[in-house]
Design a binder for this molecule. Structure first.
Ligand code: ACO
Length: 327
């Protein structure tokens, strides 16, 4: 049981689509500005569902696809920065709703890097153990953290969830080959959301700059952080796996801005054709972004068994998570 492999991928996307033109009716923006600066044309937003609803849907799809009873699941990890509650965790809600009575469940929050961090945690928890199954899901309803009056952030984010069924049960060569996880907490103030105000009668401190429930982002600084650090993280992870960029079939990057993806491809000297982009349809869905893209590519049979894939997320924290895997 030396490695874990991805058995299934699935996603759950809210039906409601909000186009750039829809947003231009609500705030001083335009399809031209949004498309040109970010590559985004539309995003999906929830009208009734919560993060846990989307994650339950993903889990049920994964189990159905694998024809696996929920009771066989040993571990459920949800990566999210927009949970329903602080407690219970989204993963515990999923565990209860799908009847995965034998699974331990917990959430992780490393924003847009959450899926990559989750892959590493799941691998560590599943290997060197008896045969086991895990669900790893990235799920977000970022629409509840967006200030819909603030055009500088409202145009960027979307809702959705996607995930994978992982197992250590097969001794084939597929699996997670290497990773590089980084956190630069000193830069954390460049992207904040979901500040929890302390309304206790005993609490007297003045609110800080980040005392805001909604997204506050220094877009320029986050852009700089991503373009300066992600190529190095990808090179480090590939070096650990004893691979070169030319060995990689696809780079599944966090979809925050198509220009960031293009810059990273150029920096690595790799054709943009190896960097699939779907931000035009979903916007930035944080922890859900890489698994949504992964599921899309698997369902379209673009990613196939045996492919070498680099997954890399970057964002809030600030964090970077890169994983090299053989699919
Ligand atoms: N529509 C029209 N104009 C706008 C809009 C809008 N939606 N938003 C901002 N503008 C204006 C600004 O007011 C500014 O006007 P000014 O020049 O008159 O002051 C001008 O457009 C330029 O604004 P900038 O913020 O400098 O634009 P920039 O080119 O940096 O693009 C963007 C902004 C798209 C946010 C970019 O910086 C970016 O993608 N940054 C990275 C974000 C990111 O990667 N986040 C990932 C983490 S997300 C997570 O972890 C959840």
């Amino acid at each position: 049981y030396e490695n874990v492999s991805i058995l299934q991928t699935a996603s759950s996307i809210p039906k409601k689509v909000v186009t750039n033109d829809d947003l231009a009716k609500m705030m001083d923006t335009s399809d031209e500005w949004i498309s040109k600066r970010t590559g985004i044309k539309q995003r999906h937003v929830v009208t009734e569902q919560s993060t846990s609803d989307l994650c339950v849907d993903v889990s049920q799809k994964l189990l159905r696809q694998a024809n696996l009873p929920a009771k066989r699941i040993d571990l459920i990890i949800v990566a999210t920065m927009s949970p329903d509650y602080l407690t219970p965790s989204v993963s515990a809600m999923v565990q209860g709703k799908i009847g995965a009575d034998n699974a331990a469940a917990f959430d992780i929050n490393s924003a847009c890097s959450g899926f990559a961090y989750g892959l590493k945690i799941a691998k560590q928890m599943l290997t060197a153990d008896k045969s086991k199954y895990a669900l790893l899901i990235g799920g977000e309803t970022l629409s509840k953290l967006v200030n819909w009056q603030d055009r500088s952030t409202a145009v960027l984010f979307g809702d959705g969830a996607a995930g994978v069924l992982l197992t250590n049960a097969y001794s084939n060569s597929a699996g997670i080959l290497a990773d590089d996880l980084q956190t630069k907490g000193r830069l954390g103030h460049y992207l904040t959301a979901g500040y929890l105000a302390n309304k206790s009668p005993f609490y007297q401190a003045a609110p800080t700059d980040s005392a805001n429930k909604y997204f506050l982002m220094n877009g320029r600084q986050v852009y700089k952080f991503a373009t300066e650090n992600v190529p190095g993280s990808i090179r480090t992870a590939l070096r650990k796996a004893d691979l070169q960029t030319s060995d990689v079939d696809y780079f599944v990057l966090h979809q925050a801005n198509s220009r960031i993806v293009e810059r990273i491809a150029r920096d690595l000297g790799v054709s943009i054709a190896k960097f699939p982009i779907n931000i035009q349809e979903y916007g930035n869905t944080a922890a859900a972004s890489e698994p949504i893209l992964l599921d899309e590519l698997v369902k379209k049979k673009i990613i196939r068994r045996g492919n070498i894939i680099v997954l890399s997320g970057f964002g809030g924290g600030l964090t970077i998570g890169t994983v090299v895997l053989k699919f």
